[in-house]
Write a protein that binds this ligand. Structure first.
Ligand code: 4NP
Length: 237
């Protein structure tokens, strides 16, 4: 199928819409369109060969609906009371400081439901607070719809990643999950720039240094995660 790639302020990948939507006539001309969403600092622009914006606006899915979708990130660890709530807090803090809150949906989950409904571990909350970061999340287990609702699923360690992928394989047929959804799963430390570690270590049974290490790794990874998302999926003006 012929497709037109449109680069908006967010799409989970470059948008791919059927060419027929735009009714390209033989005498088509190349237009550069620019939109500015009043609620965001992003310039929205795309270049494509197309003649009738009225027809395009009547098409489904509409350009407006698609461009308004925030980029969604889910952080996942084992219990969802230490590492992933901290990751959610660190990333939310960065996004807020850049004035990008409305452009992101950020959440966290655990691969087990043992702590469901609980606040984050007080040691993790205290360590984060000392760095000016608030953790407000309530523990919940990962669920099938997360593979549909989130653009990126970040596992804190390799066991978490394995458990997430196992859950996906278990749920994919019964819940009609998209085939490629498992490709959304990445290791958090794959975004680290200053640290060599490949995993965020579980601090639960250790001392205070473990919680500081978690935050060091998360601050490193979240900074470059945000830069990567902005560069690959969002055009800032
Ligand atoms: P988290 O840490 O996966 O970073 O939330 C843990 C929390 C609870 C347990 C283990 C790790 N637990 O065994 O209950």
């Amino acid at each position: 199928m012929n497709v037109i790639n449109l680069r908006f302020w967010h799409c989970s990948q470059f948008l791919q819409l059927p060419k027929a939507v735009f009714q390209v006539p033989s005498s088509s001309q190349t237009l550069k369109l620019s939109f500015r969403n009043p609620t965001t600092p992003f310039a929205i622009s795309y270049k494509t060969r197309f003649i009738s914006p009225i027809r395009a606006s009547m098409a489904s899915p509409s350009v407006t609906d698609t461009q308004m979708k925030p980029f969604s990130v889910l952080f996942v660890c084992l219990g969802n009371i230490c590492r992933s709530p901290a990751a959610e807090g660190v990333f939310t803090d960065l996004v807020k400081k850049r004035g990008l809150n409305s452009n992101f949906k950020i959440d966290s989950a655990g691969t087990i439901n043992y702590h469901e409904g609980n606040e984050a571990d007080p040691r993790m909350r205290a360590a984060s607070k000392r760095r000016g970061i608030q953790i407000t999340s309530i523990s919940r287990p990962i669920k099938p719809s997360d593979f549909v609702d989130f653009d990126l699923i970040l596992a804190m360690d390799k066991q978490n990643r394995e458990d997430i992928l196992e859950a996906f394989n278990k749920w994919k047929d019964r819940h009609s999950l998209p085939d490629g959804a498992h490709k959304k799963v990445k290791l958090m430390c794959s975004y680290c720039k200053k640290h060599e570690e490949s995993e965020v270590p579980d601090p639960y049974y250790g001392g205070p240094k473990g919680f500081e290490k978690v935050l060091d790794l998360l601050e490193d990874a979240c900074g470059s995660l945000l830069e990567t998302i902005l560069a690959e999926h969002i055009q800032e003006s």
